[in-house]
Ligand binder design. Sequence first.
Ligand SMILES: [Zn+2]
Length: 198
Amino acid sequence: MHPVVKLLPKLLTPGWGRPGKPMADPRGIVVHWTANLNPGANAVANRNWFETFRGYKVSAHYVVDDTRVVLCVPENEIAYHAGTATKPDALALFGRSPNNHAIGIEWCVNQGSNGAETYRNVVGLCGEIMARYGWGQATLLRHFDVTGKICPAFFIDNRWAERLGFTAGAAHAWQQFRRDVVVATRAAEVSAIMAGRR
Ligand SMILES: [Zn+2]
């Protein structure tokens, strides 16, 4: 059974979180977490926060919870999510300005949501994107791999991994996630072939 991703476009108004600059050369995905455990901090709420927050420029292309994948910024436009690259994998893939080349995905961790469903939705979304662009495993990075930020914390910090149900630890969870995305990418490729899209 493959994940069913419910894509709900709710594009940001051009402005703070959506500069409207073209992203001409997408090269990979950067995965984040919202770091917000409040019960109402779902995908739509995070999208609405991007719309109204004025402290600094912040957004992502997608926000994902257990029931929705919300598209906030079109993939062919820049979103502000990854800062300035300092770590080798990100520098090699994106150069110093990852936002010019990275599709950003925010992972919701709101209490009361079904974490397994959110996991499946993020895996499915990453697989669908990577199949569409023909990207390999090296194009999937954590925010941590870009700047060293503890994001998503459950893929870096064992205490957060434990708290969010990744009982084998953060490093193991990240490796498992990468493997699951490979499987989802293959599934998306097969689906595209069967549907006659390639
Ligand atoms: Zn992040």
